[in-house]
Design a protein around this ligand. Structure first.
Ligand code: NDP
Ligand code: GDR
Length: 328
């Protein structure tokens, strides 16, 4: 039975990846941080088959201990401070967790595996945020990186450290440059879930409007359930490599609002949406659109869920969830 260790088990991707690996017969270990993590019950409830081991990406000895407990064939490093807007006000800790944390786990794997480095395969959760300021569209593996946030800079560090461990030590270390992916499990701080939750609450009479930032930014949004499949496929290849994972389509925040409001029968959403500078970013990533050709060709990976289906799924889920929370 193959064994996997996942950091970021409490996050959106950690849950989907756990479900996928459990369904494939893996023994799954999840790294959980803190002495009383509020998401512990969510993990236990959603993926009861996962074994939990405590640790933190900023504490290398805790990672070494987790590796010794899990004895993994595959390590998926999904843990990060992942909210871009937060990273400007918390740049040092973002750098420590999202950047330096990658080095900590790579180094812990090297210490754990010793002379037998080939026994552990490694996945790094790189990001389209690394592309930042538009240099080329669509963005592909060879596109120049120009990160526009402390988060993006930290991800670039982790990305190149992963490549460096592959090239220096021959580690089977792959990096997935994933474009935005969403789901009903997406954190409410991210724009898709913020919109779908608000739209559901407006429909139910629990909220009057929503306050947003930049409506002109464009993102290549896919479904998280599809994207974790690409992570797994990367680690099944003979050779480690880097792959863009995206849909190849882009949509603006305005189009997101169109689809979400349309689902509750509102065509003209303008009177429900306010804008506030507090949700604007010091530097914006204006346009993301990925070219997933390499992932399609080498991994045989293709997204299954399209943009409208994704947003509709999220609004429908939030209607059920908000009804239950409000007891209506
Ligand atoms: P989430 O924000 O949902 O989850 C982040 C996870 O990281 C949580 O489990 C969190 O744990 C954990 N974490 C935070 N700090 C630490 C720490 N110090 N030590 C160990 N774990 C920590 O992110 P997603 O699931 O959406 O994304 C997964 C990964 O993929 C992240 O690295 C993200 O940056 C990257 N990514 C995501 C994309 C997306 O669109 N979703 C696109 C491209 C890359 P806790 O609950 O304890 O806070
Ligand atoms: P992003 O996702 O920064 O792309 O990072 P987010 O959903 O936060 O923002 C997407 C775009 O929407 C604009 N926007 C708003 N964003 C938020 N959160 N709230 C608002 O009110 C709002 N109004 C407009 C933003 O300016 C931005 O242009 C996500 C994260 O999952 C990262 O971890 C991951 O690496 C990248 O996707 C790929």
């Amino acid at each position: 039975m193959p064994r996997a260790l996942i950091t970021g088990i409490t996050g959106q991707d950690g849950l989907y990846l756990s479900e996928l690996l459990l369904s494939k017969g893996y023994e799954v270990y999840g790294l959980i941080r803190g002495q009383n993590n509020p998401k512990l019950e969510l993990v236990r409830h959603t993926v009861p088959g996962v074994h939990l081991v405590t640790g933190d990406l900023t504490d290398m000895s805790s990672l070494l201990r987790a590796l010794n407990v899990a004895q993994p064939d595959e390590v998926y490093n999904l843990g990060a401070i992942s909210f871009v807007a937060y990273s400007w006000d918390n740049a040092h800790v973002t750098s420590d967790v999202t950047g330096q944390g990658v080095l900590n786990i790579l180094e812990a794997i090297r210490l754990y595996a010793g002379d037998d480095l080939g026994k552990v395969r490694f996945y790094q959760a790189s990001s389209s945020e690394m592309f930042g300021k538009v240099q080329e569209v669509p963005q592909r593996e060879s596109t120049l990186l120009w990160p526009r946030s402390p988060y993006g800079v930290a991800k670039v560090f982790g990305h190149y450290m992963t490549i460096n461990y592959r090239e220096s030590y021959g580690m089977h270390a792959s990096s997935g440059i994933l474009f935005n992916h969403e789901s009903p499990r997406r954190g409410p701080e991210f724009v898709t879930r913020k919109v779908t939750q608000a739209v559901a609450r407006i429909k139910l009479g629990l909220q009057d409007d929503i306050t947003m930032g930049n409506l002109d930014a464009k993102r290549d949004w896919g479904f998280a359930g599809d994207y974790v499949e690409a992570m797994w496929r990367m680690l099944q290849q003979d050779e480690a490599d880097d792959y863009v994972v995206a849909t190849g389509e882009t949509h603006s925040i305005r189009e997101l609002l169109d689809v979400a409001f349309n689902r509750i029968g509102i065509d003209e959403w303008q009177s429900y949406v306010k804008q506030d500078p507090r949700f604007m970013r010091p530097a914006e990533v204006e346009l993301l659109i990925g070219d997933p050709a390499k992932a399609q060709e080498k991994l045989g990976w293709k997204p299954k869920v399209g943009f409208e289906e994704l947003v509709t799924m999220m609004v429908d889920n939030d209607l059920v969830e908000q009804r239950a929370l409000a007891g209506i």
